[in-house]
Design a protein around this ligand. Structure first.
Ligand SMILES: Nc1nc2c(ncn2[C@@H]2O[C@H](COP(=O)(O)OP(=O)(O)OP(=O)(O)O)[C@@H](O)[C@H]2O)c(=O)[nH]1
Ligand SMILES: [Mg+2]
Length: 333
């Protein structure tokens, strides 16, 4: 890949102008694992931070094929018609397996992607299948600095990823399909608890009745769960992303949820907690990277695995060896 590297200052100016090329480059910089790129990305984000925080951050999760991309496209087109600028960050679950992105073909957001006020960015899921991309938070902030006031993050729901997604958005939407035969069994309680909005999609054709029944079932199930947000009753709605029905109501719910967060002060509190967890994960990532970068650590880990497998040493002993190899042993507070 040819590397033309604009300076942090150039990127900053480009983003302030709302230039999508600059935004795209900045996200690539944030996703890079090169230490110098990381340094520049962090500098850029620090400079741009005052320009962020005003957007509505919505996460959409659901099983593969639930219609997430179709719903985002339909919603997105509606939103830009009302003067919003919409950024869509899609997390590519295939990259961990294939090493490449095929999402470009799969997103099916062709109509949305040609729009002026839209930015669509697929991101690799950072090694975890279906997980949330490593740098989604940074990408989100960069989009906000570029003037996007609605940020939608699409992530395939496979257990753990919903919780990660919930930790970086204001509103988590769970998209379900009726008639999968496993109305409630397939959805873990924990995920329903996290959802601020539940949408039964594909309520069209002969599936309308099925969708309505599913809506009833989910409403009933929700009654036994604590609210995702204090004072909020998670709405369960039916929609057809393909036909464009129910979308207006979806967005009304997103806005009502946002209004509650703002009025109650919970928005600030939620984001403060998210920032704390972001800090924790950044520290963990940085410390791990620093440990691995020390001479001999990776070889010691490899040997430790062999020795533990052969039952020559115990796991705590092996850990001790790695800590020693990293030069971190005996450093007491
Ligand atoms: N009948 C009907 N089909 C839909 C609807 N929404 C999506 N589909 C179809 O369902 C299929 C999957 O839609 P996508 O939007 O790609 O689903 P997704 O959840 O983004 O899928 P992944 O990104 O692979 O997880 C496509 O063939 C869509 O045309 C809907 O409301 N009704
Ligand atoms: Mg999709």
């Amino acid at each position: 890949m040819g590397r033309t590297s604009p300076s942090v200052e150039e990127l900053k100016e480009g983003i302030a102008r709302g230039d999508r090329g600059a935004l795209s480059r900045a996200i690539t910089l944030a996703e890079s694992r090169r230490p110098d790129d990381q340094e520049h990305a962090q500098e850029l984000i620090a400079d741009l931070l005052p320009e962020t925080g005003e957007a509505i951050r919505v996460g959409i999760t659901g099983v593969p094929g639930a219609g997430k991309s179709t719903a985002i496209e339909a919603l997105g087109l509606e939103l830009i018609r009302h003067g919003h600028k919409v950024a869509v960050l899609t997390i590519d679950p295939t990259s961990a397996r294939t090493g490449g992105s095929i999402l470009g073909d799969k997103t099916r957001m062709h109509k949305l992607s040609v729009e002026e006020d839209v930015f669509i960015r697929p991101s690799p899921s950072g090694g975890v299948l279906g997980g949330v991309a490593r740098k989604t938070r940074e990408a989100m902030l960069l989009c906000e600095a570029a003037g996007f006031d609605v940020i939608i993050v699409e992530s395939v729901g496979v257990g753990q990823s919903e919780a990660e997604l919930a930790e970086m958005v204001d509103c988590l939407m769970l998209l379900l399909v009726p008639g999968a035969g496993d109305e409630l069994q397939g959805i873990k309680r924990g995920i329903m608890e996290l959802a601020d909005l539940i949408v039964v999609n594909k309520a069209d054709g002969d599936r309308v009745a099925l969708a309505k029944r599913a809506r009833g079932d989910y409403r009933h199930a929700l009654r036994m769960l604590p609210p995702s947000t204090p004072g909020w009753e998670t709405p369960v709605q039916i929609a057809s992303a393909a036909e464009g029905t129910g979308l207006k109501e979806i967005w009304e719910s997103v806005e009502a949820h946002r209004a509650l967060l703002e009025e109650s002060g919970l928005l600030h509190e939620r984001r403060r907690q998210q920032t704390e967890r972001w800090l924790d994960s950044m520290i963990e990532e940085a410390v791990l990277a620093a440990v691995h970068s020390r001479q001999g650590v990776d070889a010691t880990i490899k040997q430790a695995r062999i020795d533990v497998d052969a039952e020559k040493i115990t796991v705590p002993q092996a850990t001790r060896k790695v800590i020693e190899a990293a030069g971190l042993a005996g450093e007491q507070k």
